[in-house]
Design a protein around this ligand. Sequence first.
Ligand code: NAD
Ligand code: MG
Length: 396
Amino acid sequence: MTSSKEQITILGATGSIGINTLDVISRHPEKYQTFALTAHRNVDLLSEQCLQFKPRYAVITDESKAEQLKVTLASYNSNTQVLSATEDLSVVASHSDVDTVMAAIVGAAGLLPTLAAVEASKKVLLANKEALVMSGSIFMQAVKESGSTLLPIDSEHNAIFQSLPEHFVAQGIRSCGIENIVLTGSGGPFLNKPLDDFSSITQEEACAHPNWDMGRKISVDSATMMNKGLELIEACWMFDVKPSDIEVILHPQSIIHSMVRYKDGSVISQMGNPDMRTPIAHALAFPERVDAGVAPLDFMSISQLTFDKPCFKRFPCLKLAIDAMKAGGNMPATLNAANEIAVEAFLQEEIGFTQIAEVIQQTLSQTGYAEIADLRAVLAADLSARQLTTQIISEL
Ligand code: NAD
Ligand code: MG
């Protein structure tokens, strides 16, 4: 018998977004049922999640962990079927019994399953910004052609979405009296650190974000502000605007999550505590509203809301991303791949913090511009940027 509950696949269930998604789902068992949960390596957490949420499928893409997952689940008489091929991510994202897919794998690994969900006309909740950064127009074309509903999970994009008029999708935001989009960012842990000390920044310091508790890759991206750059690219594609339509401003308290400025002088923002369960619950229940377990925003305890301009000398990655989007073609995919390799090298202590931007900049300047006509071209740009960045790092 098909359940009347909304069937949900969570790609990247064991990550920070995946865990927060399950937390919201657990508050509404009458509404949501997990169809599939996926993870790369964290077999212990995936087992626990399967036993609690009883999905039809579990996918663990590190095949060496599949046996352990099967044995653990069997010992509890679980009915969850274990899959472990990379292609199985796309299978559980596009299965005909699935209504909604939370795309929360980190990095380029999320592209194909997220696209599979889009092409199968699912409601897609997009956390995996790298997928959209890499494939831009191809991704948005697939959304259009399939009629898939794309909803933003990134808190800034979710805030922008909430601050836009309802008819913006049909009319395009240019005909809605909008002046521009204000993309806010906290500035991360190094907003006030002396620039001379940047080269000695450690992995632990870079991963300790003042306001948000996130996976390690996005934490480093937040520290370099590449995250804001990726978000600017994500916003350009998602809302069909140009980099010049987006104003990036620093707002260290992370209470305002982004804003839309209208031609009549109005500025509409979305506010809330920095807790990803708010955008997750918003997108899951859209257009309804459900409890997310988030503490009410206490205005009396917020002493001030401050704003500042980002400095490209402090955050060169932000400038690299804006320029890559302006250049177009293969540049955003190249930027994204170079960043993934550079951040991983930093996390492995192979390069220093300031070398992340240097390595990405070198990769971009050594890559010739090329048009991106199809998915194959996206994957080719991604692969060649990975190879080039790896080579650049090995020669440092
Ligand atoms: P994370 O590192 O905590 O989790 C990543 C998830 O992806 C894990 O479940 C992991 O098993 C899975 N994964 C990693 N590599 C994989 C691979 N090669 N194949 C299949 N699965 C793989 O990351 P996160 O912080 O949850 O972020 C996930 C995505 O959401 C990122 O794109 C990030 O930019 C975006 N995002 C995160 C936050 C946040 O607060 N954490 C906020 C906004 C956007
Ligand atoms: Mg964000």
